[in-house]
Design a protein around this ligand. Structure first.
Ligand SMILES: *[C@@H]1O[C@H](CO)[C@@H](O)[C@H](O)[C@H]1NC(C)=O
Ligand SMILES: *[C@@H]1O[C@H](CO)[C@@H](O)[C@H](O)[C@H]1NC(C)=O
Ligand SMILES: *[C@@H]1O[C@H](CO)[C@@H](O)[C@H](O)[C@H]1NC(C)=O
Ligand SMILES: *[C@@H]1O[C@H](CO)[C@@H](O)[C@H](O)[C@H]1NC(C)=O
Ligand SMILES: *[C@@H]1O[C@H](CO)[C@@H](O)[C@H](O)[C@H]1NC(C)=O
Ligand SMILES: *[C@@H]1O[C@H](CO)[C@@H](O)[C@H](O)[C@H]1NC(C)=O
Length: 615
């Protein structure tokens, strides 16, 4: 993970930039910061580049990279495949070399299309006075833009800052619909910036239409975006979504005596066809996790031997089926002597109230936590025993049973109202920006505290805890599973009202907007700790496999909750040896961690969140 920043000035005057952003970038890339300014004489412009590198392992590669002909690359990405990277090379250098040898836009697009893995980049092509930038197909790395028309300044950055000035709305996420090219000569003459868009194509989709819709709302004020007249595109790294609808939808035939969800899964797994699908998914996911947790070959050379004290991999862990599968697969690929950190976040209510009388309001009652009360079973429970904590604890037991040799650090991250307010104000509001809803606030805060990894682990069988901070720089998250396998309750609603056809439309739409809904924000939030988010469910091969399957093999919403949604994933979990966690119903993070209950109000998830404003 790196923090990248580029400021393009079309006016000859001296330019200033916001130093708070510099601090935010430095947190993303704490190991090396370097700036570089390029000045064009004819046409006259300045490009200021600032790069902040997070050292993962092996040798540190300085950025910005300037090649011998004066081209400059800012690269915030990982190559997990697609471009050969030799053991003695580093991926930033490989991308730079590849791009240097390109003479035409078609060649640039071909290099970018070939890369498997997340990226955001800015590339200055000196000979033609072009500035290129963009994000990978899913938008797994953040990139924001803003244009100041008076000063003729365009800014591109991984992370921005919330300001109390009037220009609150100025920052926007660069839509992950393709890559963009600015002709600096033309911009200079016009005094304004035009972005030439080279879109991702995915055979069968009406890409150009969707792109122009998306971009109309997202281009900075006073700038214009136009589809490239060349007709050139980037090739989608995944196959298109299988839109087929069954001729007759057979109700899944479940033996009437099967009254537990686990036995339903067991029965389904006896089908040969289901088995093949499960095995294919395991192969793809396992490979995706492996690429993300093992040293890449070119990193191995200078790596120190695996460390038995400190984990290098952590997982955002609720104990639900998505995170459990990641944990099992990470266990297969992380060296046996290394611990794996399971990050589990819980928020407590500020003022626990005695709510005996609230029994008549069952919903309220469920949401109320009281201090060290005793529950029915005679065990003390804590105000942090939120739903995700309870399932997390059960999940780690299953993992310990599966591999007792592994050190599983179940990190209990207990967050108080005071700390939440403090850190939201100091840090999180800047990272979530320019997203701004109640949901962005809830998830942004929950992910930030989880990724920080500071909490407690239990050290004795008596339950004694000691403070613990995760040292892992790689954080796996389960994002993408619900979007692809129909995990959300809105999928059920859609299925009920409009059947398989409606469900397919919903799934197609969700994968398309995951960059603007989630990924940019999560990348900014996790990157703030000098850690790198990795998303195995959004690995190109995993998505391709899931896309190739018809929807009814991924989910069967005629089956009950806890089985039907993400059915294929639940079968996969069962096959991997998991038990009860395979049949936990989906619980959104803001509810599972109880952060949504911190704020005592009737706000909707889509409302603008005033708590995020610093002003
Ligand atoms: C990178 O920065 C982090 C955070 O400051 C530090 O813990 C780590 O030792 C640094 N690594 C190197 C190789 O300098
Ligand atoms: C990165 O790769 C380039 C080209 O292979 C090499 O010249 C450079 O020394 C490498 N940098 C580091 C820090 O390994
Ligand atoms: C439904 O059952 C029939 C007959 O068993 C079969 O031919 C057809 O492929 C099934 N449809 C689906 C969607 O599984
Ligand atoms: C579930 O089925 C098992 C045997 O199949 C039976 O022993 C048990 O009583 C059943 N439970 C319920 C709640 O029906
Ligand atoms: C954190 O919360 C858990 C409840 O899930 C509780 O058992 C533990 O004592 C808490 N730890 C601290 C240090 O507050
Ligand atoms: C979509 O799924 C159906 C049913 O399994 C299959 O026959 C068809 O080949 C798939 N289409 C694509 C494009 O993969």
């Amino acid at each position: 993970m790196c923090g990248i920043f580029c400021l393009l000035s079309l006016s000859p005057t001296h330019f200033e930039w916001d130093k708070t952003i510099y601090e935010h970038l430095k947190r993303r890339g704490p190991n090396l910061s370097q700036d570089l300014t390029v000045t064009g004489k004819n046409p006259c412009y300045h490009c200021f580049f600032s790069a902040h590198v997070l050292h993962m392992r092996g040798l540190l590669t300085p950025q910005p990279v300037r090649d011998s002909t004066g081209n400059v690359l800012l690269w915030n990405g990982e190559i997990f495949g697609g471009l050969p990277v030799m053991p003695e090379e580093n991926d930033t250098a490989v991308v730079s070399q590849r791009l240097s040898s390109c003479n035409s836009p078609a060649e640039i697009l071909s290099v970018l299309s070939s890369i498997r893995g997340p990226w955001g980049f800015v590339y200055y092509q000196k000979a033609g006075h072009f500035l290129w930038f963009g994000r990978d197909f899913f938008g797994r790395r953040s990139l924001l833009w803003k244009f100041d028309a008076d000063a003729e300044l365009l800014t591109l950055t991984s992370v921005a800052a919330q300001t109390s000035e009037a220009d609150q709305s100025a920052w926007q996420e660069v839509p992950a619909i393709g890559v963009y090219r600015i002709d600096l000569k033309a911009a200079k003459e016009a005094g304004s910036v035009t972005f030439e868009v080279y879109p991702w194509t995915n055979a069968g989709n009406d890409v150009l239409f969707t792109c122009s819709e998306t971009i109309r709302d997202s281009v900075p004020n006073s700038c214009t975006a136009v589809m490239s007249q060349s007709g050139l595109t980037l090739t989608s790294p995944v196959c298109p979504l299988n839109m087929s609808i069954p001729q007759s939808l057979n109700e899944t035939d479940i033996h009437p005596n099967l009254n537990s969800s686990v036995s339903v899964l067991e029965q389904l797994l006896t089908s040969r066809e289901r088995n093949d699908e499960v095995n294919c998914l395991i192969d793809a996911l396992s490979e995706a996790v492996k690429r993300r947790v093992q040293s890449l070959p070119f990193e191995v050379l200078n790596d120190s031997p695996p460390d038995s004290e400190h984990a290098s991999v952590a997982i955002l862990f609720s104990g639900g089926v998505d995170s459990m599968i990641l944990a099992v697969l990470a266990d297969h690929h992380v060296p046996a002597i290394q611990p794996i950190d399971l990050l589990n976040v819980a928020f407590r209510l500020q003022e626990p109230k005695k709510q005996k009388e609230s029994a008549k309001k069952p919903k309220k009652h469920r949401n109320t936590c009281t201090d060290s009360k005793t529950d029915g079973a005679g065990q003390t429970s804590s105000p942090f025993d939120v739903p995700d904590r309870v399932t997390g604890k059960a999940g780690v037991k299953e993992l310990q049973d599966l591999n007792p040799e592994r050190t599983w650090n179940f990190v209990e991250i207990n967050v108080t109202q005071e700390e939440l307010q403090k850190m939201r104000h100091e840090r999180i509001c800047h990272l979530v920006h320019p997203l701004d809803t109640v949901l962005d606030d809830s998830i942004g805060c929950a992910v930030w505290f989880a990724a920080r990894g500071a909490g407690f682990i239990t050290v004795t069988t008596d339950g004694d805890q000691r403070p613990f901070t995760s040292s892992a720089k790689v954080i796996l998250t389960g994002i993408g599973a619900d979007e692809q396998l129909a995990g959300y309750s809105r999928h059920r609603a859609r299925f009920k009202t409009s059947g398989q056809g409606g469900l397919i439309q919903e799934l197609a739409m969700e994968l398309g907007r995951i960059s603007s809904r989630n990924l940019g924000r999560d990348d900014r939030v996790i990157g703030d700790h000098g850690k790198e988010a990795r998303f195995p469910y959004l690995d190109e091969d995993v998505v391709s496999y899931l896309n190739s399957l018809p929807v009814w093999k991924k989910a069967d919403l005629s089956l009950p909750r806890g089985v039907g949604e993400k059915l294929l994933l639940r079968l996969t979990a069962k096959r991997l040896g998991l038990g009860q966690s395979a049949v936990l119903p989906k619980r959104a993070m803001q509810f599972g961690s109880r952060i949504a209950k911190m704020e005592d109000s009737h706000e909707k998830a889509s409302d603008k969140c005033t708590r995020l404003l610093t002003g």
